[in-house]
Write a protein that binds this ligand. Sequence first.
Ligand SMILES: [Zn+2]
Length: 274
Amino acid sequence: MKGIMKVQKPMHRRAVRLCAGALSALLLLCSTLTGCQGGEPGGETKTDQTGIPGDDSYTYRIDMGKYWSAINAGGSDYLTLVNKSVTVSASYAPSTLVTLDPSYTLYGKEIQMESNAALAAEAMLLELWSYGWTDILITSGYRSYQYQSTLFNTYLAREQEAHPAWSTARCEQEVLTYSARPGTSEHHTGLCMDLIVNDSNPVLDESFAKHPAYAWLQENAYRFGFILRYPDGKESVTGYQYEPWHYRFVGIEAATAIHAGGLTLEEYLSRSGG
Ligand SMILES: [Zn+2]
């Protein structure tokens, strides 16, 4: 079973649709495994499901059948590093983008992610909802270079208006504390998403960390192949201030190592020689 669950096809051959109708032969193959959901915790089959040796402390609440293959995605495509010093060109785009089901997004807006990351995101969100946190939604995923450029310039104009005495360089410096210069945003990869609390005034800020879902995410996001990309206290490594809402898909194998080691993606890649 382990071999089946870890089958990895090239990204460009994937045509994964998020809509529930996409039941495939894979799901049939997985059906024997999903029967174990809620079964004996710590059973041998669970280890086979997750591919995490010895990790038997968690029982998934949702039917993970159609998600295992996506969550087990791995390799260099999923470890792409984009930060302030490692940039992408204006022409860069992920190979396979899919549109998320609008029921998972804030205001039902159209958000795209890389296909496996999108499936993993759906699984993690459904798991969050199963705990009653149905106010957690996805507010951003893939952003094109052009979009990031527009966003950056909008923030810059806002800072200039708020601080008329500041030079453009000073205003840019300010914007760079919370937004990426075009070419330096991980959102270009299609592998990350921003989660948000859908309350009366949904905003992306550190208040996300006060939601009970955040504590759960800190413990369990890796089980869905995601890491908290900009942890508190790691600004000097990631170049970004703490973002409790920003989750990056790296696949469950890397996510498990990163979680266990308390690492950032930068630290993980440098240790693994990547
Ligand atoms: Zn983000």
